[in-house]
Design a binder for this molecule. Structure first.
Ligand code: ADP
Ligand code: TRP
Length: 324
């Protein structure tokens, strides 16, 4: 059975982009792959998050994973910082990674362009991600398109290691769903926590409505025909069949169907689609002992695998520890 692994940074509440770009794939592959899914809490430190929000967001990602259907009986769910072997491997890999490779990172360059003065964590972020992936001999990494380069860097680093020391790491492949590779936000740009343009599936109906009503449209009057390739239709198409999408497009083209109507239809669709997940989330919220137990078991399982691998890696590079 192939091994699938992915993580999400706990840098805010999760949104439709995270779900359709990444988490939905985790859930759908649960019966076909051995899954390891974690909260990338060490990665969140690179953005200088406060302890309170790191704690809160990390726990929320776990709740979201469970509510959306990650099943702890099938997949291993854990916190990255519960498996210190990731950071041990990160250090070893750092010594094989050219600074220039890190400086070419799109995500790193975007942050520099925004005027952020980078710390070492931000520069070496992809090396920790490589360690996350390589330590488990991962075959498949389900992610959104923005992570493609990071998985390519992971392969580059693995190849360097294998060439220098001998065959140690499997070369992982990213898995990107083409039709949901980039989910648009309310402003039509890529939906992202950092652009303040998200739609968050676990907000109250009132708050969710506010987000959906803020989807940017033009000002064509109600009775006139409208461009069917608008942001409402793009988001609606994530949830429904192509026939239903065509129906909405036809209504926009015909006129007398306003953007407000489309937004209301989208709101009802989102609520219906996530109905069960929203209920399940409440159950987990009410049962923190269960959530902690899931994380404890997940960490134990992941650590078992990571420990075996790091012993082999350390031996291979000439570190004398772990000879017993
Ligand atoms: P954000 O951009 O909101 O900070 P993250 O970088 O934490 O999101 O992304 C977590 C996962 O969700 C990654 O696999 C990423 O590729 C995916 N993802 C995030 N935003 C989108 C989007 N708009 N469309 C598709 N996938 C996305
Ligand atoms: N960089 C990823 C993101 O921002 C999160 C991540 C960390 C990850 N380690 C990973 C994703 C390993 C896949 C595999 O979304």
């Amino acid at each position: 059975m192939k091994r699938s692994l992915s993580g999400i940074q706990p840098s805010g509440i999760l949104h439709l982009g995270n779900y359709f770009g990444a988490i939905k794939q985790f859930i759908e592959s649960q019966d076909k792959c051995e899954g390891l899914y974690f909260v990338a809490d060490y990665h969140s430190l690179t953005s200088g998050t406060s302890p309170e929000s790191l704690r809160e967001n990390s726990y929320n990602v776990v709740l979201d994973y469970l509510a959306l259907g990650l099943d702890p009986e099938k997949s291993t769910i854990f916190l990255q910082s519960d498996v210190p072997e990731h950071t041990e491997l990160y250090w070893i890999l750092s010594n094989l990674t050219p600074v220039a490779l890190m400086e070419r990172g799109h995500s790193f360059k975007d942050k520099i362009e925004k005027g952020i003065s980078p710390n070492m964590g931000l520069l070496s972020y992809p090396i920790l991600m490589a360690a996350d992936i390589l330590i488990y001999d991962t075959d498949i990494v389900p992610v959104g398109k923005d992570q493609k380069q990071h998985v390519e860097m992971t392969r580059d680093i693995a190849i360097k290691f294998n060439e220098k020391y001998g065959e140690m790491f499997k070369l992982p492949e990213e898995k990107i769903l083409e039709n949901t590779a980039i989910v648009v936000g309310v402003d039509g740009l890529k939906m992202s926590k950092s652009y303040n343009n998200t739609i968050n599936m676990f907000l109250s109906k009132k708050e969710l409505k506010k987000q959906i009503m803020s989807i940017v449209t033009d000002s064509t009057p109600l009775e006139e025909p409208k461009d069917p390739e608008n942001n409402i239709v793009k988001l609606y198409s994530l949830f429904v069949t192509p026939e239903k999408v065509q129906e909405m497009k036809n209504k926009f083209k015909a006129g007398n169907y306003g953007y407000g109507h489309g937004k209301n239809e989208l709101l009802e669709t989102v609520l219906e689609y996530f109905k069960e997940a929203r209920e399940r989330r409440e159950e987990f919220v009410a049962n923190p002992e269960l959530v902690n137990e899931i994380l404890r078991k997940g960490a134990e399982k992941a650590r078992g695998l990571a420990k075996n691998k790091i012993i082999e890696v350390k031996k291979m590079v000439g570190l004398l520890g772990n000879r017993y």
